[in-house]
Design a protein around this ligand. Structure first.
Ligand code: HEM
Length: 354
């Protein structure tokens, strides 16, 4: 019992000593810090913590300059710190989402294989895309692919490629990627509005879209039968408004701010444009990967539709039943093409079987 009591006393004594010692130690540290700063003010006037704190908080007496121009009198720009902290997690999340999307696409291909038509092609073709639509589509598609790959090299190259390739080769690839990105960007910038104008009228909600949504187009149905849709199904329409319009415009606008920094942009605008650009570009790459999958190996005959402009009647009936009915009734802008060239007929027939 006596032992416990002396232990308790000892602890109490230690606690009191501790409570007394800590503030004293903190005070001593602060005093020595303040002393050090005061000394520094003597030997290096204007280059010490209080001055830099004032500079960071934008207290004016320290920020005058003869240099003319945007923010030339701002030595340290506070929001630069938040940009530096915000950028890595956004880039990382984007990178993980892209990896996740690619895994999902490969998983779906492994599970479902290419989406095929159930009946044989009739050999009667429908002109689904005009030459202008195809030319615009492929200009946007190729520029987006180049911008996506070069953008990923600019964002992740230092971590993913440099350790493997070494400085010389990586610096060559990084500089090529930067220049390609800067020179292909205007192609995307000027063709995107053309794509929006060309495709917008067939992307408004129409009869059958809700049914398509509720069955997710029949993509996961046992029968594999697709829910009837218009010229573009709801999945394509969502991609159009989200990927082409919303993200496309945000990427083009933020990219222009970054690419042409000669309109008196301040650092804050450049930082915000950078964050918007990365976040929207990563999201577009995720969405485009699903579109590209369905537009290449994921659906037989789809690639040929945008490559040649033509689809087989059976393809139209099985994938866009309501649009097919309109074409048959002569109410659609698209029509049967009995004069389609022989090589196109072969390509479309091959694509349907592939
Ligand atoms: C290599 C890349 C790409 C391939 C292989 C591809 C393939 C295709 C194919 C096959 C179609 C026709 C689908 C149908 O008949 O319904 C299509 C339609 C379309 N694609 Fe792509 N595409 C690619 C990239 C892009 C990109 C990057 C964009 C835009 C940012 C885009 C926007 C569109 C639009 C707007 C349509 C018309 C459908 C609609 O308006 O809803 N494509 N694409």
């Amino acid at each position: 019992m006596m032992r416990l009591f002396s232990c308790k006393r000892l602890f109490a004594l230690l606690a009191v000593l501790f409570a007394l010692a800590v503030p004293a130690a903190v005070q001593a540290a602060e005093d020595s810090g303040a002393k050090e700063q005061a000394q520094r003010q003597q030997v290096q006037p204007g280059n010490n913590a209080p001055v830099w704190r004032d500079v960071r908080e934008g207290v004016n007496p320290y920020q005058t300059t003869q240099v003319r121009g945007v923010e030339t009198n701002v030595l340290v720009q506070p929001s630069g710190q938040s940009w530096r902290q915000l950028r890595p997690p956004i880039a990382l999340t984007g990178g993980l989402l892209i990896a996740g999307a690619l895994l999902a696409v490969f998983g779906f291909y492994w599970w479902r294989g290419p989406i095929e038509v159930h009946e044989k092609g009739t050999g009667r073709l429908i002109k689904r895309f005009s030459d202008v639509e195809r030319f615009t589509h492929w200009t946007v598609a190729i520029s987006v692919c180049v911008l996506a790959i070069t953008g990923l090299i600019i964002s992740f190259g230092k971590y993913a490629l440099l350790p493997i390739l070494g400085y010389t080769l990586f610096s060559w690839i990084a500089i090529t990627a930067k220049n390609l990105h800067n020179f292909v960007a205007p192609v995307f910038f000027f063709t995107l509005p053309v794509m929006i104008v060309l495709f917008i009228r067939d992307n408004f909600p129409e009869k059958g879209d809700l049914k398509w949504l509720l069955s997710f187009g029949g993509l996961f149905s046992k029968s594999g039968r697709e829910t009837p849709s218009g010229r573009f199904n709801l999945g394509e329409k969502v991609l159009f408004w989200l990927m082409v319009c919303a993200l496309g415009i945000a990427i083009a606008a933020s990219g222009a701010v970054l690419l042409f920094p000669n309109f008196d942009q301040g650092r804050e605008l450049m930082q915000s444009a950078n964050i918007v650009h990365i976040a929207c570009a990563m999201t577009m790459i995720v969405l485009a990967s699903f579109h590209i999958y369905l537009g290449t190996i994921g659906m037989n005959g789809a690639y040929e539709a945008m490559r040649t402009g033509y689809v087989d009647e059976t393809w139209a009936k099985e994938h866009h039943q309501l649009w097919y009915d309109e074409v048959k009734a002569g109410r659609a802008r698209q029509h049967f093409a009995d004069d389609a060239p022989a090589d196109v007929r072969t390509q479309v027939a091959e694509g349907l079987k592939a």
